[in-house]
Design a protein around this ligand. Sequence first.
Ligand SMILES: Nc1ncnc2c1ncn2[C@@H]1O[C@H](COP(=O)(O)OP(=O)(O)O)[C@@H](O)[C@H]1O
Ligand SMILES: C=C(OP(=O)(O)O)C(=O)O
Ligand SMILES: [K+]
Ligand SMILES: [Mg+2]
Length: 530
Amino acid sequence: MHSNHLLLEEPIRMATILEPSKPNFFPAMTKIVGTLGPRSRSVEVISDCLKTGMSVARFDFSWGDADSHQETLENLKTAIKSTTKLCAVMLDTVGAEMQVVNKRETSITLKAEDKVTLTPDQGQEATSAVLPINFAGLAKAVKKGDTIFVGQYLFTGSETTSVWLEVGGVDEVKGNDVVCVTKNSATLAGSLFTLHASQIRIDLPTLSEKDKEVISTWGVKNKIDFLSLSYTRHAEDVREARDFLSKHGDLSQTQIFAKIENVEGLTHFDEILQEADGIILSRGNLGIDLPPEKVFLFQKSAVYKCNMAGKPAVVTRVVDSMTDNLRPTRAEATDVANAVLDGCDAILLGAETLRGLYPVETISTVGKICAEAEKVFNQDQYFKRTVKFVGEPMTHLESIASSAVRAALKVKASVIICFTSSGRAARLIAKYRPTMPVLSVVIPRLKTNQLKWSFSGAFEARQSLVVRGLFPLLADPRHPAESTNATNESVLKVALDHGKASGVIKSHDRVVVCQKVGDASVVKIIELEE
Ligand SMILES: Nc1ncnc2c1ncn2[C@@H]1O[C@H](COP(=O)(O)OP(=O)(O)O)[C@@H](O)[C@H]1O
Ligand SMILES: C=C(OP(=O)(O)O)C(=O)O
Ligand SMILES: [K+]
Ligand SMILES: [Mg+2]
């Protein structure tokens, strides 16, 4: 992989573009989050998704009930066991999402220039003249000329099932109803339609009552690794969610990924990033809230800020057209590569895996594009920029982490092995974007919550599955966290054996190891014999 590293900033021979890539033991360093749903819930399909490279499964509670999501999760567990591929679980909230209430799930045809009334009266039937919605405050939030978008859940933008509406005049806002003019003809079809009013403050809580209920039941039961906090608009939203999680046992360890889905979230990005464990650039919704010509600017600056903060950045909605097609458009294929070059950690697939015809092929295609882009990622420039940003004096751990990456590059190591308990050291290494994989060896710690003793480590290992370049390995709890030379050596041997078995480490390879010896953090370079 790193042996045939090209630099885009240098003239490359065009013919080298066509050279087939060497197969890797893993599909890509960039991670893939797959939304599981009707097309991706059998053990067979999920197993194939895992084998192809999905490392986080997203359960989106905007649709479906807890029982069906539970069934899918049980299938995921079976698939994890049989494939021996690790996968983290992400619960995605409904949040401040406006939805059309269409109980009978009939399809509704709307014609351009016709009028349609949005009403909070959920007792009414959805027809081409009236669309009942789940939010009473719309009439107060919008004004004449505002734009409202209605699309199928996980709308791709290219289907014919979404409409743009324009809010009519003052006289057209009647009580809580909003009369709009339809701007294009379309047939709304699908099980759920979501509504998006452009650049408007929607006075709905970020954690809805349903979200709280789902987190405290489904979330607790399944010890979710990540909470994907839809429509995060302020840092306070993250603090409230954190506070809620902390009252639910194991969920105090759940990481919160703030989803930036509208201009309000974008405006408060810096403070949200400080509070959150990671960011999801929710380009589906944000992409219709922002003028199209501004979307890339948000992406580039948000990913940069996440990188400098050492927090994972997840980009959504990359290959919508693969929902119904085996090949992405050239624009989409280029977009995936650009997200990797921008520095993202993971790609989140929505409709493609949830209801698409080719969930496995999509993961495979996206993984291959990511791997190609990683080969030309300008690591040198990135590394220097990051060191400069951090400034001096660095914390000891940051200095150790960046030195490990530098040493690994200089000696052309095939992997970096990092011992960690909290996951902090491994994340810091990943922050410097080494070109080689990082095996993060998570050493369990014995902990107590006053009621019982248990081992830490499982959350920490799974949570690294969203970080670019990190490949976790959960050490046997019999290896105590208090490192002595003897335990360090025996754990290192396990990690090396694992690396050799999976093909990432070969004889005579150099390996950089980051570990504590006594009280001192050290970076050592070892050269393997046979
Ligand atoms: N059990 C362990 N054995 C050896 N070294 C460790 C262990 N846990 C962490 N380290 C090393 O200690 C330093 C601090 O890492 P960090 O991930 O912050 O550890 P912790 O989670 O224990 O605070 C790093 O150099 C890391 O590689
Ligand atoms: C992933 C997104 O959100 P949702 O949870 O609605 O799919 C998005 O808007 O890109
Ligand atoms: K959602
Ligand atoms: Mg969204």
